[in-house]
Design a protein around this ligand. Structure first.
Ligand code: ZN
Ligand code: ZN
Length: 262
């Protein structure tokens, strides 16, 4: 297959070439090569691309044990509702307009190597990060349990799903479901509106933007839902999801994200 040799050549160079510019060129080439060989199963791609730690380049895992230990943990004080770092127990935003979810919990702040891992999983096709990142979520839950009988990923709009090829939140939820032995339901929530990315929007703008974006298309009656996403920025998307789940009868909606933006 044509794509095979491209990937193999890039993979070989990846080990020998150093320097940001070259690494960047390689990354862009690798993304293109991954696109070419998208039809290969994920595991085959991962074999062609030996994993290197994003923090220290050590070969073997995407995040080695010592880099995991130095990830930026989200530590108190943070808002117990939306997990806003360096905030009182209930931040002023949550007091002013309480979100629809019961709470957001996140093991990390969106910085450093965890940010890079999420970015690679989301935009650079590094699906192999999902099991390791889900492991971090599972470890966190062990120490900070939250009520839940079903895991539900925040859905992507079908059009965005087609262009990215996968939903990174669904990958996390699926891996977490395997680790916890907890049901995952991907059809509970449907994204009906294809919002534009809201990188620079304020919390109010985001809230308006995501209003009416989601529908609940499953049976949420009496369920205790854990919403899974990679990142929480202001919590507006998670709140919009929680609102429709609760309107459909969910008795609680807790949100579990890998990292919280500050
Ligand atoms: Zn490392
Ligand atoms: Zn808050």
């Amino acid at each position: 297959m044509e794509g095979d040799s491209v990937v193999l050549i890039l993979s070989k160079y990846r080990r020998t070439l150093k320097g940001n510019m070259i690494a960047d060129m390689f990354d862009r080439g690798a993304v293109a090569a991954r696109r070419i060989v998208r039809q290969l199963p994920g595991t085959a791609l991962d074999l062609l691309f030996p994993l290197n730690c994003l923090g220290c380049q050590r070969e073997g895992k995407i995040l080695c044990a010592s880099c995991v230990d130095s990830l930026p943990e989200l530590k108190p004080p943070f808002c117990r509702v939306c997990a806003q770092p360096n905030a009182p127990a209930t931040c002023h935003r949550c007091l002013e307009s309480p979100p629809a979810f019961d709470g957001i919990r996140a093991p990390y702040e969106m910085e450093g190597t965890v940010k890079e891992a999420i970015h690679n999983m989301k935009y650079r096709g590094l699906k192999a990060a999902a099991p390791e990142l889900a492991e971090l979520l599972a470890n966190y839950l062990e120490e900070h349990p939250m009520p839940g009988d079903v895991l539900t990923p925040v859905p992507l709009h079908p059009r965005r799903l087609r262009s990215r090829g996968y939903n990174q939140s669904a990958l996390l939820a699926k891996e977490l479901s395997k680790k916890l032995g907890l049901e995952m339901n991907q059809s509970l929530l449907i994204r009906a509106k294809n919002n534009q990315p809201q990188v620079s929007a304020s919390r109010d703008e985001r809230r308006e933007n995501v209003q009416g974006s989601f529908r609940c298309d499953g049976r949420a009656d009496g369920r205790t839902v854990i919403l899974v996403d990679d990142v929480a920025t202001t919590g507006s998307t998670l709140s919009a999801c929680a609102a429709v789940l609760k309107a459909a009868g969910a008795s609680s909606v807790w949100c579990l994200v890998l990292a919280r933006e500050s």
